[in-house]
Design a protein around this ligand. Structure first.
Ligand SMILES: [Cu+2]
Length: 311
């Protein structure tokens, strides 16, 4: 959904950006001392305990295994494409087959998918060259991983082939819920509990949808020289993807004002994900691009946009 950003933002995301993996361990040591109780135990918890599920994204395909065991699993989306992508885990309702889902995905709109499945979340939007990770509590069942980020013309990526089935098989080893250093409640409409200032390095936030609508948390890093107020104003002024105004937007000439670096994919009410971060110092903000079911306005327009700082 982050492609709500105007055309300039999107095309600009194809500009080469520093890979997140190159930033690990950046100045963490001193600051970590201030927050020792959290930082240390977290790093240990996630490294040792969780199964991994790697998903590669390109425009417009996912690559992932056909099947994984149930239980707490660290899912990483590696965006090798040029547009922003996320991986939304749609869990099929009882009696719904993958063939049913594919048929509805092809012939009906996104709303129709929520009549036969619900989203448990997944790795949030990452721009090209970035990775996004969450720990999911995977329950046995049938899933289809989809990307609903729209292209510049407003077409959701899953309609262009970005969807892949996943079977989660039963296991007796489910593992334990991660230890989180913050809990963020996505409500209608805001992020309650979002930390204001945190040290660089590894963090795990439990992100819960306690609202009545689908919500996501896209974590954006502001580019040097761009303030949160400017970014917010730009988003509020940007035309919806696919609108005539968006189509008429001029081609980008500069670097993007902000980049999607992490977060959680849109999830249904009642769900929880543990977002796994490796932050470098900088100024960030979170936002939700889901349209309100009543007004049609994107949730960031109704208050689901908030800044935080990594020092
Ligand atoms: Cu929302």
């Amino acid at each position: 959904m982050s492609n709500y950003k105007n055309a300039a933002q999107h095309a600009a995301s194809s500009v080469h950006l520093t890979r997140r993996t190159a930033l690990k361990g950046f100045g963490v040591a001193g600051l970590a001392m201030l927050f020792a109780t959290q930082g240390v135990s977290l790093a240990k918890t996630r490294k040792d305990q969780y199964r991994k599920l790697a998903i590669a994204a390109v425009n417009y395909r996912f690559r992932l295994p056909a099947s994984v065991p149930a239980g707490y699993t660290e899912v990483t989306l590696d965006n090798k494409g040029t547009e922003a992508h996320h991986a939304m885990f749609m869990r099929l309702h009882k009696g719904i087959t993958v063939a049913n889902f594919m048929d509805v995905a092809k012939n009906k709109d996104l709303g129709a998918l929520f009549a036969i499945s619900s989203s448990i979340g997944g790795p949030g939007s990452a721009d090209g060259g970035h990775e996004s990770s969450v720990i999911l509590d995977l329950k046995a069942g049938h899933y289809v991983v989809i990307c609903v980020v729209p292209d510049a013309a407003g077409m959701p990526h899953y309609k262009m082939g970005m969807l892949a089935p996943l079977t989660v098989t039963a296991t007796s080893r489910m593992g334990k819920a991660p230890v989180a250093d913050a809990t963020v409640d996505m409500v209608d409409f805001g992020y309650n509990g979002l930390p204001k200032t945190i040290p660089a390095g590894k963090h795990v936030w439990k992100v819960v949808d306690t609202g009545k609508q689908l919500h996501e948390m896209v974590v954006h890093r502001l580019s040097p020289g761009v303030s949160y107020e400017q970014a917010k104003a730009m988003l509020l002024a940007s035309p919806p993807p696919g609108s005539p105004a968006a189509a008429a937007a001029p081609a980008p000439t500069t670097l993007p004002p902000f980049v999607d670096v992490a977060g959680v994919a849109p999830m249904s009410p009642g769900e929880a994900n543990w977002a796994v971060f490796d932050f470098k110092p900088g100024r960030y903000f979170v936002a939700c691009f889901i349209p309100d079911i009543h007004s049609g306005k994107p949730h960031f327009d109704l208050g689901m946009i908030m800044p935080f700082t990594v020092v």
